[in-house]
Design a protein around this ligand. Sequence first.
Ligand SMILES: Cc1cc2nc3c(=O)[nH]c(=O)nc-3n(C[C@H](O)[C@H](O)[C@H](O)COP(=O)(O)O)c2cc1C
Length: 200
Amino acid sequence: MKIIAVSGSRRKQGNTASIINKILEPFIEEGHDTETIYPGNLNIAGCSGCEGCAKTGKCIVKDDMQDLYPKIIEADAIIAGSPTYFYNMTSDMKKFIDRCYCFFSFDKTDRSVWVSRLTKNKTRFAGIVSICEQNSAEDMGFTPAALNAAFSSLGYRIVFNQKVLHVFKAGKILEDKNQLEIAYNNGQKLLKTLKLDRNL
Ligand SMILES: Cc1cc2nc3c(=O)[nH]c(=O)nc-3n(C[C@H](O)[C@H](O)[C@H](O)COP(=O)(O)O)c2cc1C
């Protein structure tokens, strides 16, 4: 199976990356193909709203996102993790999501009727992680809900929605055995869900 993770943080030793690594562990242990993508470290423009994708479902903006589209299509599941920046996901995560607009197909005369092209041939699964510095869920703002809504609309069934509070310094989360265990268990749950769906 192929699993991709998308990190809204640019910090490869950061808290988001550390939790993502833990979630991926059960997949790596079984030899599945995993890759973590850092949109903030790539050349990806925000969506220009040109509607160039409307007919074909293919984005016409030629940047690093073009390398990611086949990976998104191929992946059995996606893990989307973002730190909270000003009560929401980071702009790096948001630009990645906005560029997934090309996966939507709208009815020609009624735009309230739409589907995601990603659900055409297989069931999609996702796991969500939100991380913030402050102590209360309020300070995480819209992050978990915004990630949940975006990936649900793209056709992913959200298998878990992990919320990590009160970590600031990069990698500080590695001292929190409880959150690491939750992350590992979430990875296992996603793996078991995929196996059940794919009859493996
Ligand atoms: C620009 C910016 C905005 C932030 N906004 C918030 C916020 O609104 N609420 C919060 O609790 N933490 C906020 N933080 C703290 C980060 O969410 C926190 O340090 C997180 O652990 C970073 O994750 P990372 O190590 O994966 O980069 C902010 C950090 C930055 C750099």
